[in-house]
Design a protein around this ligand. Sequence first.
Ligand SMILES: [Zn+2]
Length: 471
Amino acid sequence: MRPAVSALILSLASAVALAQAPQFSNAVRGFIKVDAPVVALTNVRVIDGTGTPARENQTIVIKSGAIAALGDAAQVKPPEGATILDLAGKSVMPGIVMVHEHLYYPTGPGVYGQLGESFIRLYLAGGVTTMRTGGNVNGFMDFKLKRLIDDGQKAGPALDATAPYLNGPNTFSQMRELKGPDDAKRQVDYWADEGATSFKAYMNIRRDELGAAVQEAHKRGLKITGHLCSVTYKEAADLGIDNLEHGFLAATDFVPDKQPDVCPGQGQGQQTIAALDENGEPFKALVKTLVDKHVALTSTLTVFETFTPGRPMPPGLDVLLPQLKDQFIQAYTRAQQNQQSVYIKLFPKALSLERAFVKAGGLLIAGTDPTGAGGVIPGYSNQRQLELLVEAGFTPLEAISIGTLNGAKYLGRDARIGTLAAGKQADLLVIDGNPAATIADVRKVELVFKQGVGFDPVALIESVKGKVGLW
Ligand SMILES: [Zn+2]
């Protein structure tokens, strides 16, 4: 009984702490445009994140980090002394909540540069107010940055900070190798003690190791996701995993003669996915298993788009260090010329399989994955991911819900974030346009309110421009 009671008191205390923004350092203050005891956003179009149609001529009152009132201009009047922002012609939507983010980026052959300092600013500038890092290759940085952001010492989204990857034998110089199920359990405990709030299994983990990690993470009240290969989606679902990354593009369930615990190669799996019939029984059976076992699926279309011939240059490259920008443009050019690429069939297939998963009742969440050969730029790519969900056949309102409410649901934070309503945390974006009608308008983020404080995307981007790659 006692642990349950103290857990309840703790969660109430943290809910109160969440609503109110912290004391900010001077460095963070330089990125803030609106910070007043009471702020009223008037004449604005509200996209509330639930998927219901946008409402015109609304007033939102922000106080003590939360939405104090939200409703028709005729009913909700700005309180006396409020700082008023007249947002005629503009929209507000919830802050983006995405779950396959990283604080690292491919900077050289097999080298991932630790770019947490610039990435947290870029994510916030792009409208991301909460995110999970989907695996780390640094050790402690993700947890430390989470704390510094929470304490107001750095500008960035609220982080669900993932531990270093749980993987089997591998050739990544920045990644450890598990030595069996006991070791998996020990790793989960160690990193949870250090401040990890979630876990990620990777391509060469064994079933017994994954099972042990799932058990231990759940025992500690934490979730675990996977970018898998050696373990199939079905096997992982049966072991109790919470989430699977990269839509169906990492599934090896359909590889003929797949050996247990052995990754047949990502390419082998992807050949079978490219040829998969979304109306066929094998795929439908897998989807049913995932839905029945409440396994969420993360869409990361942005990273796959960079490999796919015939796709546009991704947005945001100008923030990169010039050498890194050149490096990506060369990779992009090579991808464009590769007419044998599996992605010519695989990329459109990824879109239709994700759509089928949602139609069958699955929880689709979104992320961007700034890895691959580069070109997935934090903030810009989160906006691009929403555009790609619309390309997959979701309405703009549905895409926005996937990128806000669904992420919040997965993280267990939907009582406070992910939608806009009186009483919710004031995490919201002011957009110069109407993304409910034209999803590309999500690129026009003018202000990012986090816990009721309005950050300036231009100042955040200017502070890192041309240096992303150094820090
Ligand atoms: Zn990733």
